[in-house]
Structure formats: structure tokens, C-alpha cells
Design a protein around this ligand. Structure first.
Ligand code: NAD
Length: 430
């Protein structure tokens, strides 16, 4: 059976091999998982549509005094299991359709982790590189004002995404708090720790990738101290995953950035290679031999973890992948066509919806800390993340063992069954 459920990539609106938009991909995923379950068709029909999409005009006064009116969106897909949750991006390709597709995808991500949250996504159509710091602040504050009626710690909780960061969330939180007349840190996550952000949030997606690599290798009887791993991308996700796996005894034999990859079959000193945060795009700077990113994807390793961008394993190169196992660290690195080829070749692909879900999980921890006004230590965050990831892995593994489906389909089935159950219990309003 074809897996048929690759995730909507977040770097581009469409999969170049299928020309599918994020919304079309999200609907295909929904229908594919629904076909495996005996669900009320009315619930499935409901889930094909967002609950609400808010489109706003956001006037921006530029530093030169001129005013531009930009367009922003907030798509709220489903909140049957808890408040809407998802990022706000500043990107020239933001569109209503993309926001709806990615909001739907957030619904499955929070559900697969069994977090009491739903799915949302939003953003402003703008190239963030054209914004000065003061323009960025004014734009964020005005956007917070425009979204005031539909966001809040009990209704919809945004987070950073492409083109936005902890400082953006700090301004958003401040603007919302001023409007409310009380400091409301729980309205957004991904804030700096000084104002209610969580320790361990930045490292969480990479940490979850490492945990899922470890669990998957246990499942396939691959001992950690004998494991070779290749990781594409050495940013927040890739570097954190690489360093954790290295500290657990694995050999990280290749890592890369946009300029190329470094490779050493006996294992790289990953602590000494600068991550994207430490020194951008410097992975290959002091390397004697550099290989291309495409070559990294085709190395003969136990585990390949693409942690850079979407759509890197395609119908063209999936046949050349020699890894025994692929774990998706980035969002949507394996295209729909590649997914089918890898499945036919018997190469398991552990999906992004599970592997990089450490980010939204620690966002949930941040929200808990904010509404309880009680900070957790980094140790506690990491311990709770470990528990949540292993629990989610075990739940997906049970679906995988029970049904003749791919890991991706198993994860979507689990997520959809949880969301559908919530709808069934609460009842659909005709
Ligand atoms: P980042 O900007 O910190 O790092 C990205 C890395 O990928 C850099 O090393 C960069 O040089 C490299 N890269 C960029 N383009 C490349 C290319 N064409 N070929 C090879 N390498 C390339 O980004 P990040 O936060 O680590 O995110 C990576 C991926 O993980 C994205 O798909 C992102 O959406 C996803 N993700 C991130 C988070 C998070 O909270 N950081 C959470 C979940 C998923």
C-alpha cells in the first residue's frame, strides 16, 4: 500500500513533484488516514475545513514615514481537543490556503503527541529581510492588535515560525497584555525565558529527533554504540540532534549546511563544528574534504536524518538512498513520490509529525508554566519531554504493529482517531 501521506513542506507552498498545495496535501493525508478507520463521514467532512480564517489588513509605517498596508492571516483548523496552537510566519509566500493546510497539519501534530491543543497557523505576507528592527516591532504589535479577538491563552496560542523569533513573540505578548490590562504570558509560546519562555525550547525539536532515532533503532535492533548517522542541516534541529546522538555513543559521520557536507566514516567531532546559531554556514569552513548535500543523502549509513528544509528526498534520488532508516527532522523533507519509493524498497521513514514534535511539546510546557506562574528547571523540561516522546513513540508503534501501514500512516491514523473521538464525544452541531 502506498503511504500517501507525506507532510506539507513548510518552506514552499507546493510539492514540486505533484504541484500540490499545502492544503491539498493536508486533505489527502486526512482522507488517506480516514480510509483506514471506521469514522463518522460527517466528522471527516468537518475536518476538511478550518473552523475560522481571519484575514486582516496590517498598516505598517516604514522608517521613512511612508505607510504600506500588508495582509495577514490566522487560520484556526480545529480546537476539539484544546486551544488552537501554531506558528506565525513573516514570509512573502504566506497565503490563506497555505495557512489552512499548515493549521490542519498542526492539528495532527498536537494530536499525535496527545497534547490538549488543536491546530492553527498564520502570518503576514512580507519579506522579513526588508524590515528594520523598528518596522518589525511596529508590524508585530499592530498584527497582535488585529488578532486580539481571536487569540488568547485559552483560545489560540501563536508561536515563532519562519521569519519570526523569540523577540517577535515578546512584542506580541506585550501588545496583547497592554490591550488586556494584565500581563498574559500564556498568549504565545517561544518567548525569551526572562518573560515566561521555557528553558529547553530551542533545543527541543532536535532533542526529540534524537529520542526518536534512539527508539526506532531499539525497535530495529540497532545498538547505539554501533550506529552511523548522517544529518543534513546543522541548525537548531540538526546540531542539537547530532550532539545528543554523539553523547549517547552514536557515530555522526556526516553533517551539512547550505554550502556542503563534512564526512568522516569514523565519526565527526560534532561539538567542535559550529552550528547555524553559533556561526552561520560555517560547517565546511575548516574541513579538508567537503562533499555535496546530495552525496550526504546517499551515504551508506544506519540512519539518515534530513534536518534542513523540505522536499530534499524526491522521486529522483529516493532510489539512491542507502540508509537503513530515515528519520524526518525537517518538515516535509521526503516528497510523496519518494515516500512510495522508499516504502517499496523497505526503507522505513519515521515522520516529522512525530520526530520533530519536541518543539510543540515544550511549547505546551511553556504554556503550562505561564498559566501556573511557575517556572520549570531545564532538567525537568528535558525529563518531561523524554516521557512525552517515548509515550508518543509507543502509541505510534502500536498502530504500526497492528496494521499493515507505513510509520507515517500509523502516526496519522493515531492523530486522526484522537481528533475524531473528541468530535464524536462533544457532538457535531448540525
Ligand atoms: P535553522 O535555520 O536553525 O538551520 C537550518 C540548517 O539547514 C542550516 O544549517 C542551513 O545551512 C541548512 N540548510 C539550509 N538550506 C539547505 C540546503 N538547501 N541544503 C542543505 N542544508 C541547508 O533551521 P531549524 O530551526 O533547524 O529548522 C530546520 C527544519 O526543521 C525546518 O524544516 C523547520 O521547519 C523544521 N522544524 C524546526 C523547528 C524549530 O523549532 N526550530 C521545529 C520543528 C521543525
Amino acid at each position: 500500500m502506498s503511504s500517501g501521506t507525506s507532510s506539507p513542506p513548510d518552506e514552499t507552498a507546493a510539492d514540486p513533484e505533484t504541484s500540490e498545495t499545502a492544503l491539498e496535501t493536508a486533505r489527502r493525508q486526512l482522507e488517506h488516514a480516514a480510509a483506514e478507520l471506521d469514522l463518522d463521514p460527517n466528522v471527516v467532512e468537518r475536518l476538511r475545513h478550518p473552523t475560522r480564517v481571519q484575514r486582516v489588513s496590517v498598516p505598517l509605517r516604514r522608517d521613512d514615514g511612508s505607510v504600506e498596508v500588508l495582509t495577514g492571516y490566522r487560520a484556526q483548523h480545529d480546537d476539539a481537543r484544546g486551544p488552537f496552537k501554531g506558528g506565525l510566519r513573516f514570509h512573502p509566500h504566506v497565503s490563506e490556503e497555505e495557512c489552512v493546510g499548515l493549521a490542519m497539519w498542526m492539528t495532527w501534530k498536537t494530536a499525535v503527541m496527545d497534547l490538549p491543543l488543536g491546530g492553527a497557523k498564520g502570518g503576514i505576507v512580507v519579506n522579513p529581510k526588508t524590515l528594520s528592527p523598528t518596522e518589525r516591532e511596529r508590524l508585530t504589535r499592530r498584527f497582535a492588535e488585529e488578532l486580539r479577538d481571536i487569540v488568547g491563552p485559552n483560545t489560540d496560542i501563536p508561536a515563532p515560525d519562519m521569519g519570526t523569533d523569540p523577540q517577535t513573540m515578546a512584542w506580541f505578548m506585550d501588545a496583547y497584555s497592554v490591550q488586556q490590562g494584565e500581563t498574559t504570558p500564556g498568549v504565545v509560546t517561544g518567548k525569551p525565558p526572562e518573560i515566561g519562555g521555557s528553558y529547553g525550547r530551542e533545543a527541543a525539536p532536535g532533542r526529540s529527533v534524537a529520542i526518536i532515532v534512539r527508539e526506532a533503532c531499539r525497535y530495529y535492533d540497532k545498538p547505539m554504540d554501533d550506529l552511523s548517522v548522517a544529518i543534513q542541516g546543522f541548525g537548531s534541529v540538526g546540531a542539537n540532534a547530532a550532539r545528543l546522538l554523539d553523547s549517547w555513543g552514536a557515530d555522526v559521520v556526516a553533517v551539512s549546511d547550505v554550502n556542503g557536507a563534512v564526512h568522516d566514516p569514523s565519526g565527526l567531532p560534532v561539538d567542535e563544528i559550529p552550528s547555524h546559531d553559533e556561526e552561520p554556514e560555517a560547517v565546511t569552513e575548516n574541513a579538508e574534504t567537503v562533499i555535496a548535500n546530495d552525496e550526504l543523502l546517499e551515504l551508506d549509513v544506519d540512519v539518515l536524518a534530513p534536518c534542513a528544509i523540505g522536499n530534499v528526498i524526491t522521486g529522483q534520488n529516493a532510489g539512491a538512498v542507502r540508509a537503513d532508516l530515515v528519520v524526518e527532522g525537517a518538515n516535509g523533507p521526503v516528497t510523496f513520490a519518494a515516500d512510495s519509493i522508499l516504502e517499496q524498497r523497505g526503507v522505513p521513514v519515521i515522520p516529522d509529525i512525530l520526530a520533530n514534535a519536541g518543539g510543540v511539546t515544550v511549547s505546551y510546557f511553556e504554556w503550562l508554566q505561564d498559566i501556573n506562574r511557575r517556572k520549570w528547571s531545564r532538567e525537568r523540561v528535558n525529563e518531561e519531554l523524554e516521557n512525552e516522546m517515548v509515550t508518543a513513540w509507543n502509541a505510534v508503534r502500536e498502530e504500526y504493529d497492528e496494521r499493515d501501514v507505513s510509520w507515517r500512516t500509523a502516526a496519522y491514523i493515531l492523530a486522526l482517531s484522537r481528533v475524531a473521538k473528541a468530535h464524536e464525544l462533544r457532538g457535531l452541531w448540525p
